[in-house]
Design a protein around this ligand. Structure first.
Ligand code: CO8
Length: 258
């Protein structure tokens, strides 16, 4: 396990929790912090004792975006050479379920971090938004793509053009997030959801994640072919034998991820 400046990590009951922790700047994401988050996601993804990964912030802010101070002096060529989004791309390769647990502000890059997760659960007072237009830039870590896929072109353009903040209720209504809970219940509900996932067969979760993500890219027929291959692959796992035997024995299954 690494030692970090901007995140805290706990591992318990098969759940790895990455807490964003740069409170002086509302958890603004500088490059080191993104390196730490993604590096830790990758370690948790390889850790056999972990089945689900949670990313959370603080009560008032999940993350208020990329660190504006760090970004302000960049030029096109410095960005080209830095390639700051290469590390973000690695997030899309995480195989285990990623849950974002959001209280407070999730803005700009902070919203994009949540949108890179598979599920988003939030407190009622959370605020989501892309204020980049007010800084003379635009989303750069997938915001235009994720939001459009979630809510459609017209709604996405309206939100990103106006740079306004979306309430948790609106985000849920538009299919951008999964669930809204009372702010003080967020940690408990997040762990409850994560625990439900730790009970499922890990290989099934992984194969399902791949197939569902590909549904956004592939034609229906190519997507169904991938689904079928993953379905066949599941039959090579011990957990398939265990799951079906447990059903026939009328007992709960115990999945090992093998
Ligand atoms: N960067 C740097 N510092 C920040 C950021 C940020 N994004 N957001 C807040 N802070 C700092 C403030 O400067 C302030 O510091 P200080 O106390 O030293 O003045 C501290 O956090 C607290 O902020 P406020 O005093 O403003 O607190 P409020 O409660 O009044 O407001 C807000 C909270 C609404 C979150 C407000 O701070 C705000 O609007 N922040 C900026 C949000 C924003 O514009 N985000 C988008 C940034 S651009 C972006 O994300 C592009 C993504 C590209 C991909 C990422 C590549 C790495």
């Amino acid at each position: 396990m690494g030692s970090y400046e901007h995140i805290n990590v706990t591992r318990e009951d098969g759940i790895g929790v990455i807490q964003l922790d740069r409170p002086n700047v509302s958890n603004a994401l500088n490059r080191q912090m993104v390196d730490e988050i993604v590096g830790e996601m990758e370690m948790l993804d390889r850790d056999e004792t972990i089945r689900v990964i949670v990313v959370k912030g603080h009560d008032k802010f999940f993350a208020a975006g990329a660190d504006i101070g760090e970004m302000a002096a960049e030029r096109p060529m410095s960005l080209e050479l830095l390639d700051p989004f290469a590390v973000w791309d690695r997030m899309t390769l995480i195989k285990k379920p990623l849950i974002a647990s959001v209280n407070g502000f999730a803005l700009g890059g902070g919203f994009e971090l949540a949108l890179h997760c598979d599920l988003i659960i939030s407190g009622e007072k959370a605020k989501f938004g892309f204020p980049e237009v007010k800084l003379g830039v635009m989303p750069g870590a997938g915001g235009t793509q994720f939001l459009t896929k979630a809510m459609g072109r017209r709604k996405a353009l309206e939100w990103i053009w106006l740079g306004e903040f979306m309430s948790a209720a609106e985000a849920e209504k538009f299919g951008v997030i999964n669930r809204v809970v009372a702010p003080e219940m967020l940690d408990e509900e997040t762990i409850r959801l994560a625990k439900q996932l730790t009970k499922q067969a890990p290989i099934s979760l992984r194969l399902i994640k791949e197939a569902v993500h590909k549904a956004e890219e592939l034609s229906l027929m190519d997507g169904m072919k991938l689904e079928r291959k993953n379905f066949y692959l599941a039959f090579d796992s011990e957990d398939q034998k265990e799951g079906m035997q447990a059903f026939m024995d009328k007992r709960p299954p115990s999945f090992k991820g093998e």
